[in-house]
Write a protein that binds this ligand. Sequence first.
Ligand code: ADP
Length: 163
Amino acid sequence: MSQKRIAVYPGSFDPITYGHLDIIERGLEVFDEIVVAVANNIGKKELFTTAERIALIREAVSDNPRVRVDTFEGLLVDYVMAQGARVILRGLRAVSDFEYEFQIAQMNHNLRREVETLFMMTSVPYGYLSSSIVKEVASLNGQVEALVPPTVYKALLEKFPRR
Ligand code: ADP
């Protein structure tokens, strides 16, 4: 009896960076399929709309049939169950991520015992890479080309034209 191992990788992805892609690539070594789940109504001030964030992720993973890109609203654990998955995949960077991630993982586990959260440590080059820092630097016309896929870089240039 072999069941497909599916993990849901949730986040804002505003926008997707090489740090996220690294987690997806490494996640595919462990899971048969990864559902990248873009949070709708994240409550954060977003630069890209949900549709734009999804399009940028699709473009970045287009050649991989084992990656599905979707959006979700409401309780993550309910979404995970509906996808036929039992695992939430998250990335951990600096120690500063820990407290927040721990709290959410514990709450999700309380909500649904059968759903586990698995953490993957960031790869060294991406330890301090986040969507927020990319947005901040790009808004000041700083160079972010090495941190995001080419289409994301182009999209950032459109949002923040070079002065
Ligand atoms: P959220 O708002 O849910 O934290 P993000 O898009 O910021 O959404 O992040 C989604 C997930 O990807 C989180 O688990 C985050 O820790 C992880 N992540 C983001 N950037 C990196 C990175 N550079 N290396 C490893 N994991 C990362």
